[in-house]
Ligand binder design. Structure first.
Ligand code: PMV
Length: 331
């Protein structure tokens, strides 16, 4: 099935349009990661994943226009740029007789290049804004699927707090969407150590494909991550931070191990990444419970408890604290 057919099945048969639609969506950090596509046209993953949304995100406004226009943080984006092409290739599926072109204005609360999954909050905000523009009145389940078709991890940014992206088993992906766990953990803290703001050389789609096709270690990844997702969920329910931390660290390391064993090797870290990891491990030995996770980039995301905030900030003065966001979206 192709993307267009799936989208047509999700949208109401007829819709009206307002003058504009506007929405905000949070970024999310995967605690057990999405790495590998079962279907690359529909972004159906090889394994389920579990994430947490943070307080920063993307605000997007969309309106009918005479020609396609895209501005990011107040600056017009060139029509031949990667961001523009990706956005309008997706929006091609939503053009109607009365809305043949779109003007999209987006504001990212964190730097686009900081490796903080801004495509997740961007596609989630876009889908929510279109839901308003076209008055679709879609459920969170369908909005999550639409966001997934823009960028896989975006399906989790439709939700708030802990979001579980069920990989699903159906070929059209109609059971591959994120739901939110009905749990808040107010003492949980997160932060980001920016070790580089350079754009990564290998994007996640290409990186996943290379790992799935060439890495002999990839064979263990999907089943082991499914197992870790279950264990992680249990640790969240019990609010057992040590087990939570061990699982998120282990899952991130396993993902990077599968990447390293690819041909050619995929290595997203830099020297600062390693220095940060070593410091985290030293701190842990001295009794500060702090655990890292890393995505397809060199920046290190840290998780710790509120009680250790001061110690963590003293150890990492450049840490960018980002509070988890638990306020529930209505289901
Ligand atoms: O949604 P994508 O294509 O940007 O992939 C995200 C991949 C990771 O960030 C590495 C993991 C994840 O689950 O978010």
């Amino acid at each position: 099935m192709d993307k267009r057919e799936v989208i047509q099945q999700l949208l109401p048969k007829s819709s009206t349009s307002l003058d504009f639609g506007q929405a905000w969506a949070p970024i999310n950090i995967a605690l057990c990661k999405y790495w590998g596509k079962e279907d690359s046209e529909l972004n159906i993953p090889k394994n389920s994943s579990l994430s947490i949304t943070l307080e920063k995100g993307t605000k997007t406004e969309i309106k009918p226009a005479a020609t396609d226009i895209f501005s990011l943080n107040g600056e017009v984006v060139a029509t031949d740029s990667k961001h523009f092409v990706r956005l309008f290739r997706y929006l091609d599926h939503f053009r109607t007789a009365s809305v043949p072109f779109f003007e999209v204005n987006s504001w990212n609360e964190i730097p686009t290049r900081a490796g903080l999954a801004s495509s997740a909050s961007a596609f989630a905000a876009l889908v929510l804004a279109m839901n308003q523009l076209f008055q679709w009145g879609l459920s969170y389940q369908k909005l999550s699927i639409l966001a997934r078709l823009g960028s896989g991890s975006a399906c989790r940014s439709i939700q708030r707090g802990f979001a579980l992206w069920h990989k699903g088993v159906l070929l059209d992906g109609s059971d591959s969407y994120a739901t939110q766990l009905d749990i808040e953990w107010p003492e949980l803290r997160a932060g980001v150590l920016l070790t580089s703001t350079e754009e990564k050389l290998v994007g996640s789609t290409e990186g996943m494909l290379r790992t799935v096709v060439t890495s002999p270690l990839y064979a263990v990844w999907p089943a082991e991550t499914e197992r870790q997702v279950v264990k992680l969920q249990e640790s969240i329910e019990k609010k057992n931070f040590e087990v939570f931390g061990q699982i998120i660290e282990s899952n991130a390391m396993m993902m990077h191990a599968t990447m390293l064993a690819s041909t050619p090797p995929l290595f997203y870290w830099n020297c600062e990444t390693l220095r940060a990891l070593q410091k985290i491990w030293e701190l842990r030995t001295s009794g500060v419970a702090i655990y890292p996770t890393l995505d397809a980039g060199p920046n290190v995301k840290l998780f710790y408890m509120a009680a250790q905030e001061e110690q963590v900030q003293a150890a990492f003065p450049l840490l960018l604290p980002l509070r988890p966001l638990f306020r529930c979206a209505k289901q």
